[in-house]
Structure formats: structure tokens, C-alpha cells
Design a protein around this ligand. Sequence first.
Ligand SMILES: [Zn+2]
Length: 167
Amino acid sequence: MEKLVRVILPLVLILSLFSCLQEEVILESEPEILNGQIDESLLPYFEQFEIEAARRGFVVNLEQHGINGTIEEISENFVAGTCTYGTHLPGDVVVDLGFWNNSSAFAKEMVIFHELGHCYLRRDHKETSFLNGTCTSIMRSGNGDCFDNYNPRTREYYIDELFFEEL
Ligand SMILES: [Zn+2]
């Protein structure tokens, strides 16, 4: 007789930026949701996310929402950041230490906004591209065909797309 194995909630999703990694983990207990802990270096970027949200009419307080942010070595190659969230886990953003030490403020913002796109906005990846091959969203996985074009000229568009998805 065949047995149907089902994954029981709570689910935790781990989404990473450059390689599309999605894992399901069963938490053993239900952690109490407390204010998030955000690394001091990440704080300006998290605050900028809140500012960009406010400019678009959304009230966002990542800390109160329980979102955590840390900078750590991510062992998987070419992964700049990850987001882990679950039914009882508001969201853990991890930014790779090597990426952090070797990247511009713009690249850092893109990665952090991407991870908050998963962890706060609960968005999935989106791989579509414009005719010139550039990604239509910073929520691209990095495994698709499009290439990044996040710069001072396109920033407004990409942040609008992040918050509104269907423009
Ligand atoms: Zn991602």
C-alpha cells in the first residue's frame, strides 16, 4: 500500500539570490515572534526599504515585523543573500560576508531589497526580461537568462516593480 507523505506546517522557505534554492524545513517548536535583530551595517539599507515603502504608501517596520538581518559567510558559491521564513518565522535575511566586503552600495541595496522582497513582501522569483535582455524585476533568481540593470537611472522603476509587482 502506498503511503502519502505530507509536509506538515510550519514550512520554512529558504530563497537565495544567485542560485535558486528552495528548501522546506519543519520547525520543531513554534518560536515566539519578537522584534527582529538587524545588524548595524544592514540597518541603513533596511531603513531605506521602509522609506521606499512609505514613499509608495505602505507603512513598514521591519524590526517590529520580526525580520532579522545578519552578515555571515554563506558557504554556497555565488549566493549573495538568502531569506528564510516560515509560518512562525517572520523572516531571516542573511547577506554573504564576502559579497558584503566586495560590493558597491548599489549592489548591496539590490541584494537586500531582493531578500526583503522574499522575506517581507513574500514575493517569489520572476525571470522575465525586456527586449534588450535586462531583467524586469530585481526578484530574478540569477538562474534565468536576463541580466541585471539596477542603477541610478533604473532604480525607481525597479523599486516600483518590487512593491507593486504588476506595473
Ligand atoms: Zn531570491
